[in-house]
Each structure stands twice: as structure tokens, then as C-alpha cells.
Design a protein around this ligand. Structure first.
Ligand code: HEC
Length: 238
């Protein structure tokens, strides 16, 4: 045990001597004990290669090739659209809207979207607090009209200055996020009648009593044009 420890220390000392001290200038090639495949003939990224007519060592993909699993030919599932080209209003076939799906959507939303959009979708995420231009709130009429397919498309391809998340978030998760985004909208803008009755009762939520209708005061009747002309023409005397 002690002997092997000594051997290690001795080896370490030799290595330290061979490496020299930090800041020491040397014209020798650095020691390269483990060669791996560092000195084989090969082309490195961005290197020129006279073999090809375009002179590039890196070859472009052959036109029309699709990586395994990369075929996106399902209009609904891959593109969030219905057959007539409008945004899909439902999840793609094979995906059920369930509490589990929404829980998954929430989990992914909180990781991938909330840093900017915040956990409620109001657009005041932590990145915005640090100075980014705030994204629009989900709780506005324009975005309330977005269907689940449109949210899916934005999560996939991004929108204007927002990037897409297809590279990090798999398709099913992007649908879960889209469904959860719609649920977030509902959470901030639902009518009492739309809630299950027990939820309203448990929380003691009641519809506000109807306020009496107050009509705005009638605008003052306009003086007829003729009378006005007459009054300017003939200044009012005493
Ligand atoms: C790095 C910050 C950032 C992240 C993360 C982010 N967004 Fe956005 N999002 C933005 C910005 C900024 C805009 C406004 C884009 C614009 O109008 O140029 C935006 C806009 C949107 C809009 C509104 C589009 C419109 O027409 O106004 C939706 C919906 C949206 N994002 C959904 C998502 C979803 C879903 C995720 C998660 C997968 C997400 N965003 C993640 C920054 C972000």
C-alpha cells in the first residue's frame, strides 16, 4: 500500500517536472502522452477539401433525405392544423385531454415557457424582470381566440422574436404545453356556470349580484343649424 503510494507520488513528481511551471515558455511541442486518434489523416469541421467541386470538407445533406423519425407528414399532430388549413381546435388523435396531460403540460410549461411568460402566462417572467421586453399576456382577447393548435405551432416554430422549442421539447410535450396554456387562459377568464358546481360551492364563489343598469345621461340636444346661424348673425341684445 505504502509502496504504491510512493510510486504514485514519484510519478506525479516526474510529471510535474516534465510539465514545467506555469508561465514557463517553451518552444517544444507539448507532451501528448495519450494520442487517441489525434494524429490520423482526417478532415475537420469547416476544413477545405479539394476532392469536392465546391471545395468544402463538410458535405451538405443529400436533397430529400429525412432523418429517421423526422418525417413530419401529419397535418394535425406535426403542424397543429386541420384538413382545411385552419388551426386545430383539438388534440391530435391518440392524445387524450386528461388531468395527467395537463399536469405534464404544467411541468413543461414551468420549465420552458414560464421564465419569460411567468407561471400564469401574464408575461412577467423572471427574464422580463431582468430587462427583456415582456411578451404579450395570454389573458387578452386576441390570444384567448388562439386555439390549441396555434399554441402548439408557437411552441414548435416560435413567433416573431420568440424562438421555437421543437429542438428541446418533444411533440407530445408541446401539445401538453399547448393544452395547459389554454387551461391557464380558462383559469383567469371563466364564467361561474362553466365550473363544476361542487368547485364553486367548495370555494364559496357566487355570481355577483347584478348591478342596476345605469344609462349614460342623454347628450344635450343639438341646436338646429338654422337657429345657430341666426343667433350669430344677430347678436343677442338685451
Ligand atoms: C426567452 C423568452 C421566451 C420563452 C422561454 C417563451 N416565450 Fe413565448 N414569447 C416570447 C416573446 C418575446 C414573445 C413576443 C414575440 C413578438 O411579438 O415578437 C412571445 C410570444 C408568445 C405568444 C404570443 C404570440 C402572439 O401572437 O402574440 C405565445 C402564445 C407564446 N409566446 C407561447 C410560448 C410558449 C407555449 C412557450 C414555451 C414553449 C414560450 N412562449 C416560451 C418570449 C418567450
Amino acid at each position: 500500500m505504502l509502496a504504491s503510494l510512493r510510486a504514485v507520488l514519484a510519478l506525479g513528481g516526474v510529471a510535474a517536472l516534465a510539465a514545467g511551471c506555469q508561465g514557463t515558455v517553451s518552444r517544444d511541442a507539448p507532451l501528448h502522452p495519450v494520442q487517441n486518434m489525434d494524429f490520423q489523416a482526417k478532415f475537420e469541421a469547416q476544413e477545405a477539401n479539394a476532392f469536392f467541386p465546391d471545395g468544402r470538407g463538410m458535405r451538405p445533406r443529400v436533397a430529400g433525405t429525412i432523418p429517421r423519425g423526422g418525417l413530419k407528414d401529419d397535418l394535425h399532430r406535426d403542424w397543429g392544423q386541420s384538413a382545411d388549413g385552419t388551426w386545430a381546435t383539438t388534440l391530435p388523435p391518440g392524445m387524450e385531454l386528461s388531468a395527467e396531460l395537463l399536469a405534464r403540460g404544467r411541468d413543461r410549461f414551468d420549465i420552458y415557457c414560464a421564465p419569460c411568460h411567468d407561471a400564469t402566462g401574464s408575461g412577467k417572467g423572471i427574464v422580463v424582470e431582468r430587462g427583456m421586453t415582456p411578451p404579450p399576456t395570454f389573458h387578452q382577447d386576441r390570444l384567448r381566440k388562439f386555439s390549441v393548435g396555434q399554441f402548439y405551432d408557437i411552441a414548435t416554430h416560435g413567433v416573431r422574436s420568440m424562438r421555437g422549442y421543437a429542438a428541446q421539447v418533444p411533440t407530445e410535450d408541446r401539445w401538453a404545453i399547448a393544452a395547459y396554456a389554454r387551461a391557464l387562459q380558462l383559469s383567469q377568464y371563466a364564467r361561474l356556470e362553466e365550473l363544476p358546481p361542487d368547485v364553486a360551492a367548495k370555494n364559496g364563489w357566487k355570481a355577483p349580484e347584478k348591478a342596476p343598469v345605469v344609462l349614460p345621461p342623454e347628450p344635450p340636444a343639438k341646436a338646429p343649424a338654422a337657429a345657430k346661424t341666426a343667433s350669430t348673425a344677430a347678436p343677442q341684445g338685451k
